[in-house]
Design a protein around this ligand. Structure first.
Ligand code: UD1
Length: 417
């Protein structure tokens, strides 16, 4: 089993480029099924979830090709509308294929995606809203069976602005009869990227980035070429590495507008932020300051995916900070591991109280989930002595060669067997 080993204490300096966004490319790969043609997608990250999506596409009959960071999908000949369990379980967000397969094939059979390390991931909102497009859905024996003679537009209100449910609805309604209005949708930048992708293939969607999306059904879609947006969570994670080590780094291929809530938190911690057109620099020379309260919220609030890396930074602040996790119910698994490294954190339900300590000490810890694992890397960079992180396959799901990127910034970090 591979591990990451870090000798902490180096101040990070330098410049790195951020890859394309995992959470943008996954729904876009699902969308490639829709046009029955050629899809050229640039700036794709090299991650396990992306390979899992490509495996699903190949299984149902798409021709898939990868040239560096460009992926080409030809969806002319779809021969199956069924995704078997072993492929569905590879990737937590595989349920996103439901919307595009039903839209293209008018039938879809998918194995239930199952639970997740950050708590149960129900898909009730996905299924409820897809049913409102007159899609018949039956759940039996761990599978979801969908059938639709025709998909009819409707006015739909989401109970919660779920990212995945919003994306599934956009994919399912693209070729519906009539105009679908969806209210209380997710406003994440990845939703805008999906809208841009679909519109570039001939869809008529507007409103992404606001809480109401309008989807005018079209009868035909065409070939498309698109560049995926930068990964705002990866960018924010590397900024955390500079913040915790009192470093000075610049990250390029990033959109500062996507991470304003995170940048505000770094500023509250005493970091200086410099924004240019497609780059952000962060430097910290003074003591880390605590934050009053960080509440994870749907975009443009503080992203739940940055809760864990930010917590690592706050463990070394000059006072007490509070983090309230309002999105996922089981997303504090990194706390126990951070405490092994000397952090002083108390969790009560969905609230964590982080009392800053003068130093962290290297320890042997386990990555329990993707962002929690990244948080341990961040903590290890500042800890005294050696930190060994196991179960790093979680980290690899969201970060391309994290140790190489951090090494170029001066970290003493390596991957060992
Ligand atoms: C996406 C992101 C994930 C991020 C999350 C929240 C991808 C691939 N993943 O996940 O990185 O952490 O948004 O920003 O884009 N919920 C229900 N029923 C549903 C759907 C969701 O109760 O049918 C709940 C979830 O359990 C969770 C909350 O709604 O508590 C948010 O989930 P959602 O926005 O759907 O997240 P994902 O799309 O799964």
């Amino acid at each position: 089993m591979e591990k990451i080993v870090i000798a902490g204490g180096n101040r990070l300096e330098g410049e790195i480029k951020v890859n394309g966004a995992k959470n943008a490319v996954l729904p876009i790969l699902a969308a490639t099924i829709l046009n029955g043609g050629r899809n050229i997608i640039h700036n794709c990250p090299d991650l396990k979830d992306v390979s899992a999506s490509l495996q699903i596409l190949a299984y149902i009959g798409c021709k898939v090709e990868r040239q560096g960071t460009t992926i080409i999908v030809d969806s002319s000949n779809i021969k199956d509308y069924h995704i078997p369990e072993h492929l569905m379980r590879e990737m937590r967000s595989s349920v996103i294929f439901l919307g595009s397969i039903i839209s293209r094939c008018r039938k879809a059979v998918l194995s239930y995606p199952g639970g997740c390390e950050i708590g149960p991931r129900p898909i009730d909102l996905h299924l409820k809203s897809l049913r409102q497009l007159q899609i018949k859905i039956n759940e039996a024996h761990g599978y979801i069976y969908c059938d639709a003679n025709k998909i009819e537009a409707n006015d739909i209100n989401l109970n919660f602005p779920s990212v995945g449910a919003t994306e599934n609805l956009m994919l399912a309604a693209v070729m519906a009869e009539g105009t679908t209005i969806v209210r209380n949708v997710a406003k994440e930048p990845e939703i805008i990227d999906l809208q841009d992708y679909l519109n570039a293939m001939g869809a008529k969607i507007s409103g992404a980035g606001t809480s109401v999306i309008k989807i005018e059904g079209v009868s035909k879609l065409h070939d498309v070429e698109h560049t995926v947006i930068p990964d705002r969570i990866v960018a924010s994670t590397y900024l955390s590495a500079a913040a915790i080590t009192g470093g000075d780094i610049k990250i390029t291929n990033v959109n500062a507008e996507h991470i304003q809530a995170v940048l505000a938190a770094f500023k509250e911690c005493g970091c200086k932020i410099y924004i240019e057109e497609d780059s952000i620099a962060l430097s910290r020379t003074s003591k880390l300051q605590p934050v009053d309260v960080i509440r994870t919220l749907p975009h443009p609030g503080f992203p739940t995916d940055m809760q864990a890396p930010m917590m690592s930074v706050l463990t070394l602040a000059n006072g007490t900070s509070i983090i309230s996790e309002t999105i996922f119910e089981n997303r504090f698994k990194h706390v126990e591991e951070l405490m092994r490294m000397g952090a002083d954190i108390m969790v009560d339900g969905r609230v964590a109280v982080i009392r800053g300590v003068p130093k962290l000490t290297g320890a042997s810890v386990n990555a329990m989930d993707l962002r929690g694992g990244a948080a341990l890397v961040i903590a290890g960079l500042a800890a005294e002595g050696m930190t060994t992180i196991e179960c790093i396959h979680h980290i690899d799901r969201g970060y391309e060669k994290i140790e190489e990127k951090l090494r170029t910034l001066g970290a003493d970090i390596k991957r060992v067997n």
